[in-house]
Design a protein around this ligand. Structure first.
Ligand code: L34
Length: 293
């Protein structure tokens, strides 16, 4: 029997609908949530993701203060813009799309964003608060994965979650979130230093691939009946497509779907959830200013 496909596109749409309703209520109180998405350069994948974020902002009724900067932008110029946005009371959230051009220090840039406006949840203050279970902006992709599991009624309590990939954006925070009491999973992190990755992935009730390399997870690595979440978004050259490429995840979808019980597709799986959870965080950021008053 073939796995049930987790419709991230539809679940993200429902999330945005909920955020739109709450945004409308907040606007009645005189506050319009506002996000500034900063894109430096023209990396085609980043342009696509940032465009998706801008579309979502319009859809949920938020204000869009996004800024597109040339590849040649200096670190100092970028830091100055962030500083201005930090001090702009009308802006609730700031996000700098990664990766940045090589001549800009990503860590420095992330550190420059005021933690109150860090809707990505990448600032050390946000990461630290999440780590110790204090209220914080949850990083959008890991949060999106949790919402997918919850919406599909997939049990996490007492389950073994195996995460392949240890990035600061996905693998590490997702491990923390799944190990928290609320999710209560037992977590294993696999990475490039892991010997015999398959021996771990085969034990997974919930298998999460966040590597950024196609076909990393094949059917023989998956326990029958497992839930497989594919966080990878890889562009593969494809002459039959108008764009010249197609999107694939880290999971060999066609073979793995015959073994798993639930699986996310790429596209229309985790990707749209990342954007939906960003809308959620921006709403939170605006609500937080209401509490300060
Ligand atoms: N600062 N940088 C910062 N924050 C983030 O949260 C991100 N990320 C990752 C890359 N850099 C970032 C994103 O926005 C990945 N990411 C992201 C966002 C949206 C989608 C995928 C990744 C998405 O919408 N994917 C669609 C297909 C989009 C397309 O056609 O290109 C999907 O259905 O998977």
């Amino acid at each position: 029997m073939s796995a049930q496909i987790i419709d991230g596109f539809e679940i993200a749409r429902q999330e945005r609908e909920r955020v739109a309703r709450e945004t409308a209520l907040l606007k009645e109180k005189g506050i319009t949530p506002c996000l500034a998405v900063i894109l430096v350069g023209e990396n085609p994948a980043s342009v696509s993701y940032v465009t998706g974020k801008e579309k979502a902002l319009a859809e949920v009724g938020m204000k869009d203060k996004s800024i597109r900067l040339p590849e040649s932008t200096t670190e100092q110029e970028l830091l100055k813009i962030i500083d201005e946005l930090n001090n702009d009371k009308s802006v609730h959230g700031i996000l700098v799309q990664l990766p940045l051009p090589k001549h800009i220090d990503e860590e420095k840039v992330i550190m420059a964003i005021s933690p109150e406006k860090d809707v990505d949840g990448f600032h050390p203050v946000s990461v630290g608060n999440m780590m110790i279970g204090k209220k914080s902006y949850l990083p959008c992709t890991p949060h999106g994965v949790l919402v997918l599991l919850k919406t599909m009624n997939i049990e996490t309590n007492g389950k073994h979650a195996v995460i392949v990939g240890r990035s600061n954006i996905v693998g590490k925070p997702l491990a923390i979130l799944l190990a928290r009491k609320e999710a209560n999973s037992t977590v294993t992190i696999c990475h490039t230093g892991t010997k015999d990755i398959a021996s771990f992935t085969k034990q997974a009730d919930i298998l999460i691939a966040a590597v950024g390399r196609p076909n990393t997870i094949t059917a023989d690595m998956v326990k029958p009946g497992a839930t497989v979440i594919d966080v990878g978004v890889n562009r593969i050259p494809d002459d039959t497509k108008k764009s010249g490429f197609r999107l694939v995840g880290d999971v060999d979808f066609d073979s793995v779907k015959e073994v798993a019980s639930f699986i996310t597709p790429v596209p229309r799986g985790v990707g749209p959830m990342t954007i939906a959870m960003l809308m959620h965080n921006t709403l939170e950021a605006a609500l937080n200013t209401l509490e300060e008053k």
